[in-house]
Design a protein around this ligand. Structure first.
Ligand code: HEC
Length: 90
């Protein structure tokens, strides 16, 4: 019985840490994406100093198109929103 619990504990530890690592790498990919797409016209500081709701971030990004930002692919748009509303939420 003890052996089973030990194996189970090891299994859970490994699987939860790899899940964590995966989340982290998605997060850092999105951060790079944000840098790529959003830092050509202004500093990223202008972004990082904001604390906005998800819907406000959506509006802001759409409004960047009016300033001449090239159209984002749907997945880039979703990933940037995800990143911003996770880290720079109200
Ligand atoms: C083509 C140029 C361009 C790109 C690319 C761009 N922006 Fe902007 N952004 C601007 C301009 C110009 C302003 C200043 C607007 C003003 O002063 O009214 C601005 C201002 C902002 C502001 C300050 C709030 C505001 O509305 O004034 C935020 C936040 C912002 N941008 C976020 C982003 C994000 C997030 C991205 C990437 C998805 C991005 N920007 C990409 C041109 C751009």
């Amino acid at each position: 019985m003890l052996k089973i619990i030990t194996i189970l504990t090891i299994y859970l530890t490994i699987s939860s840490s790899s899940l964590h690592a995966e989340n982290k790498s998605i997060d850092s990919k999105n951060k790079i994406l944000l840098k790529e797409k959003c830092s050509s016209c202004h500093s990223l500081k202008i972004i990082y100093q904001q604390r906005l709701s998800k819907s406000r971030w959506e509006e802001i990004i759409l409004s960047m198109h009016k300033h001449g930002m090239t159209k984002l692919t749907k997945s880039d748009y979703i990933n940037i929103i995800k990143y911003l509303s996770k880290h720079y939420n109200q």
